[in-house]
Design a protein around this ligand. Structure first.
Ligand code: S3P
Ligand code: PEP
Length: 671
């Protein structure tokens, strides 16, 4: 996950490969609650691991439910079977509607004293219609803040005394999650009372396909519900939750929408499609119908039961006019696709957008306008005009702590103007898809991946500076100075010696080195070799392999391969001059020999190695002279490098300077 203040996505061109998507949020949280309400053990596979499921799991644990994590995406749940082990708890439910609404209903019926709260935005998301329905039944719920909104206090009630004779009326026109909450929880009452429970929906039910997910999963847990149109739902008398034992969660169809759009937008080579695995035509999620809308706009989509294959067909895309009430979440993706269409596109009947993670109609309009688009809105619709190539502007997209805004605006990086897109607070994707950007970067190609080169003499502090700049920008990091040392070490491990006779083998080894630089450490195939490559012998081997031309060529190729999305910070001695001569920012870092000698002295003393300042300084000066006068790859600043003398600067000041220079190269105005 990118936890940086912003993430810059360079202009993207094509997309190919396969993505495996994380589990469905809507299915995961329903299954977790149903497994907790049922008796016995349920093993859940392919569960979504994200903020929304974590708050649900933490809540179930706080209620005394046994939850054992088997792996990152599988859990074993010991159900409560109708009896709470912890009848009092304060539950924090973040911004997860699928936790707040269903838990409110379940806890109101289970009996106990609970406080339910969330992030500030959750306290602005309505819950009054659900509380009204539960109050009619005889449950006691107080608002702790504004009436109609969380936080809530739920008081104990006796399930035996609930009024179940008349149908329970619930409004369905603000959120379908109120009806889902009642459907998931009321089997408790139907079971305990031996009476059928009838729910009547008041007003036109929105987001209907989510009710189908609820009914489908209730059936998997042994609860049959009779549905009469979308107005009346009857839960059979005496029903009981029965665990299916094992259950698999499909991949998230709403998350699939970004990749379906990607396939439609990216100019892939003919016959090359983007493959999406884990969800397909057999999905129980309503958002799979995003495929129909994408096809209407011009995507070519092939599908199997649990896979999709997408490529660009019509170009520009065709404008669309759609009642998107059935796909409220995925429809946001259409609003960004509309920028690439042949006319204005309108999405209608989406008033619920206004009460989700943010007011999504206003937020989408505001951010689309920043890209240059003309956008019209009404209380329940949005109309987006396409952008001509010259109309696009580089924008820093505010994400309002809304995962879907962050994800759908990443698609703007396909703009024909070749502009990057800045996504502010990219970690908001943690709600449902923590690795969204990593997954995106694994299948897209960018014509120009940015590189920041930081070259300079030994002990100038370039390693520390480069690591920090990479960290701030969420970029990859290349410590090129360690490459010959690692190659030497890998060579010895293969039983080879630094002789010309082994040159080809060493070069082959060097080119494929499975190297990573993580938090200032050097990892070779996952093993931390940072200290091993710093020995005297490793230094000797490094300088001997560096004289073999085939090895130098192999390492050149290896270094270039570090240039990956979203960008790279490379430190060394010839990054800006030889390896990445087209880098948009090159920094030549220096410090006085006296300063560098002092820093090195402190470093060695802290490691218990005794030495004198004078001798260190003399060594450094001699090395500088050798480095800058040698005929092969002398240590010289690139012509277009910016010089930074950090003798009198703190590390923070140096980082700020480089980040400011970087900002100057970018087309974004400060956010
Ligand atoms: O039941 C569900 O899992 C959901 C229902 C929808 O909400 P509304 O019914 O409020 O539209 C949807 O937007 C949300 O992301 C998940
Ligand atoms: C509306 C959403 O979430 P929630 O489940 O919190 O309602 C969403 O994921 O887009």
């Amino acid at each position: 996950m990118f936890s940086t203040p912003f993430l810059d996505i360079p202009a993207l061109a094509s997309a190919t490969g396969t993505v495996q998507l994380p589990g469905s949020k809507s299915i995961s949280n329903r299954v977790l609650l149903l497994a907790a309400l049922a008796g016995g053990t349920t093993t859940v596979h392919d569960l979504l691991d994200s903020d929304d499921t974590r708050v649900m799991i933490d809540a179930l644990r706080a209620l005394g439910c046994g939850v054992e994590r088997l792996s990152a995406d599988s859990l074993r749940i010991e159900g409560l079977d109708g009896t709470l082990k912890q009848p009092t708890a304060d539950l924090f439910l973040g911004n997860a509607g699928t936790a707040m609404r269903p838990l409110t209903a379940a806890l109101a019926l289970l009996g106990g004293d609970f406080e339910l709260s969330g992030v500030p935005r959750m306290h602005e998301r309505p819950i009054g219609d659900l509380v009204d329905a539960l109050t009619q039944l005889g449950c006691r719920i107080d608002y702790l803040g504004n009436p109609g909104f969380p936080p809530l206090r739920i008081h104990p009630s006796d399930i035996a005394t609930l009024s179940l004779d008349a149908p329970i009326r619930v409004r369905g026109d603000v959120s379908s999650q109120f009806l889902t909450a009642l459907l998931l929880a009321l089997p408790l009452a139907a079971g305990a009372s031996g009476k059928a429970v009838v729910i009547d929906v008041v007003g036109e039910l929105i987001s209907k396909p989510y009710i189908e997910i609820t009914l489908n999963l209730l059936a998997r847990f042994g609860i049959a519900v009779q549905r009469d149109g979308w107005e009346r739902f009857t839960i059979h008398a005496g029903c009981r939750y029965r665990s299916p034992g094992e259950i698999h969660v499909e991949a998230d169809a709403s998350s699939a929408s970004y990749f379906i759009a990607l396939g439609a937008l990216a100019a892939g080579a003919p016959g090359q499609a983007l493959r999406i695995e884990g969800v397909g035509a057999g999905s129980i999620q309503g958002d799979i119908r995003f495929v129909e809308a994408a096809r209407q706009m011009g995507a070519r989509v092939d599908s199997g039961a649990n896979w999709l294959q997408v490529s660009r067909d019509a170009w520009p895309l065709r404008a669309i006019d759609l009642d998107a009430n059935h796909i409220p979440d995925a429809a946001m993706t259409l609003a960004v696709m509309a920028l690439f269409a042949d006319g204005p596109s309108t999405l209608r009947n989406i008033a619920s957008w206004r009460v989700k993670e943010t007011d999504r109609i206003d937020a989408m309009a505001h951010e689309l306008r920043k890209l240059g688009a003309t956008v019209e809105t009404s209380p329940d619709s949005i109309c987006v005009h396409p952008l001509a190539p010259a109309g696009w502007r580089a924008a820093a997209i505010h994400t309002y702590d809304d995962h879907r805004i962050a994800m759908c605006f990443s698609l703007a990086a396909f703009n024909p103007a070749g502009l990057p897109v800045r996504i502010l607070d990219p970690k908001c994707v943690a709600k449902t898809f923590p690795d969204y950007f990593e997954t995106l970067f694994s299948v897209v190609e960018a014509p120009h991946i940015p590189v920041i080169c930081i070259d300079g003499p030994t002990a100038s502090g370039k390693g520390t500076l480069a690591v920090e700049v990479a960290h701030e920008l969420g970029y990859h990091y290349l410590d090129s100075g360690s490459l010959y040392r690692v190659t030497g070490m890998a060579m010895r491990r293969q039983g080879l010696t630094p002789e010309p006779a082994h040159e080809a083998q060493i070069a082959a080894l060097a080119e494929g080195l499975p190297l990573q630089f993580v938090k200032g450490r050097v990892l070779l195939d996952g093993e931390d070799v940072s200290d091993l490559i710093r020995t005297e012998a490793a230094g000797m081997d490094a300088s001997r392999v560096s004289t073999l031309p085939a090895v130098r060529r192999a390492l050149l190729a290896l270094q270039k391969r570090f240039r990956q999305l979203p960008g790279l910070v490379a430190d060394g001695r010839d990054m800006g001059t030889v390896i990445f001569p087209d880098a948009p920012l090159k920094v030549f870092l220096t410090a006085s020999a006296a300063q560098r000698a002092e820093r090195r002295h402190k470093q060695l003393i802290s490691k218990g190695i005794s030495t004198t300042l004078d001798s260190l300084r003399a060594d450094l000066e001699a090395r500088d002279a050798r480095d800058s006068s040698r005929s092969v790859a002398p240590l010289l600043p690139a012509q277009d490098a910016r010089r930074l003398d950090n003798s009198a600067l703190s590390i923070e000041q140096s980082i700020d300077q480089v980040l400011n220079w970087w900002q100057d190269t970018q087309p974004f105005k400060p956010a």
